[in-house]
Design a protein around this ligand. Structure first.
Ligand SMILES: Nc1nc2c(ncn2[C@@H]2O[C@H](COP(=O)(O)OP(=O)(O)O)[C@@H](O)[C@H]2O)c(=O)[nH]1
Ligand SMILES: [Mg+2]
Length: 306
């Protein structure tokens, strides 16, 4: 499956949630205040977030209030406002030798799966990747990552179940140098942002790595489950206060009707969405692109390109 089809089919439920009812609201006669109110309410229900819903509706108010526009013209205005709310992430660049990426997030968000997908992608691009089992809580978590290491043909570092994740991270960075790897990706146990001891454990991981190189980790990516919708925003803010996040990964956009939440996330947080998970398979992680995302939501351009 090509990239565009992955995005388009992944967003199908979200597209249905946003466009289905929306087409019933707009495009029947003049754009009125009442219609705009209905639209705003609908967008909030579709989990676009209150701020983004307001901004989208407002763009229509400014451009179209009192005018008779076709449905397509209205969708075009919404589409370009949606695109304006989003930012493209900076392209990924290896900044260190090795470049170290720490992956964090709550339980079940998709961290381990994302690491497998990233490892595969980076390996395919010609990098030599090492992944490290920093989730030492359960043996199963270590084994799960080991399977992804095999699939992606990445190097793998693990300690025993119950060992100190900071020691795993430290060893991983050293091993990467010894084995000539240029990217290290470190898995961590799922943690709630409101559990202090777990946050402290993560701080230690960062602190210990910095003993090797002050620049480590170059990236801290928070993985969030796309099903969580707007609820993820407060969670992300708290993580961001403790750890300077350099990017977000939003997973499970394929199974959810709440993929519009990316608009809310982007307008509420100044953290780039770097990757999106569009399925469980190894090739179903795609770099976030605002244009492809918006095309996926509003159909049009994708149909032409395919
Ligand atoms: N449909 C779908 N499932 C995903 C995606 N990413 C992860 N998952 C699934 O979510 C579940 C939890 O993933 P896991 O990587 O173990 O989460 P972790 O606890 O954060 O490490 C697994 O069943 C994954 O297959 C995705 O993009 N789409
Ligand atoms: Mg995991």
């Amino acid at each position: 499956m090509g990239l565009l089809s992955v995005i388009k089919s992944g967003l199908s439920k979200t597209r249905e949630a946003i466009l289905g009812e929306l087409k019933g609201i707009v495009g029947a006669g003049k754009v009125t205040d009442e219609m705009l109110e209905q639209l705003e309410e609908h967008l909030i229900k579709a989990d676009v977030g209150t701020e983004a819903a307001f901004l989208l509706t407002d763009a229509l108010r400014e451009n179209a209030l009192g005018k008779s526009l076709s449905q397509d013209e209205i969708l075009k205005i919404l589409r370009s406002e949606a695109e304006r709310l989003l930012v493209d992430p900076p392209p990924f660049k290896v900044q260190g030798n090795p470049h170290v990426i720490l992956i964090i997030g709550v339980n079940g968000a998709g961290k381990t799966t994302t690491i497998g997908k990233l490892a595969k992608r980076f390996q395919t691009e010609g990098h030599k990747v090492l992944i490290a089992a920093g989730d030492t809580f359960r043996a199963a978590a270590i084994e799960q990552l080991e399977v992804w290491a095999e699939r992606s043909e990445a190097e793998f570092v693990r300690h025993q179940e119950g060992s100190d994740p900071a020691a795993v991270a430290y060893d991983a960075c050293e091993a990467a140098k010894a084995r000539g790897c240029d990217i290290v990706i470190i898995d961590t146990a799922g943690r709630l942002h409101n559990k202090d001891y777990l946050m402290e454990e993560l701080r230690k991981v960062v602190r210990v790595m910095k003993k090797l190189d002050e620049a480590y980790p170059h990236d801290i990516w928070l993985v969030i489950d796309g099903n969580t919708g707007q609820n993820t925003i407060s969670q992300t803010k708290i993580f961001h206060q403790s750890f300077p996040l350099t990017g977000l990964v939003v997973t499970k956009l394929d199974g959810t009707a709440r993929g519009g939440s990316l608009l809310g996330i982007a307008s509420a947080l100044k953290i780039p969405i770097c990757w999106v998970g569009m399925g469980e398979r190894i090739d179903q992680l795609v770099p976030f692109s605002k244009q492809e995302y918006v095309d996926g939501l509003f159909e049009n351009a994708l149909d032409i390109q395919e």
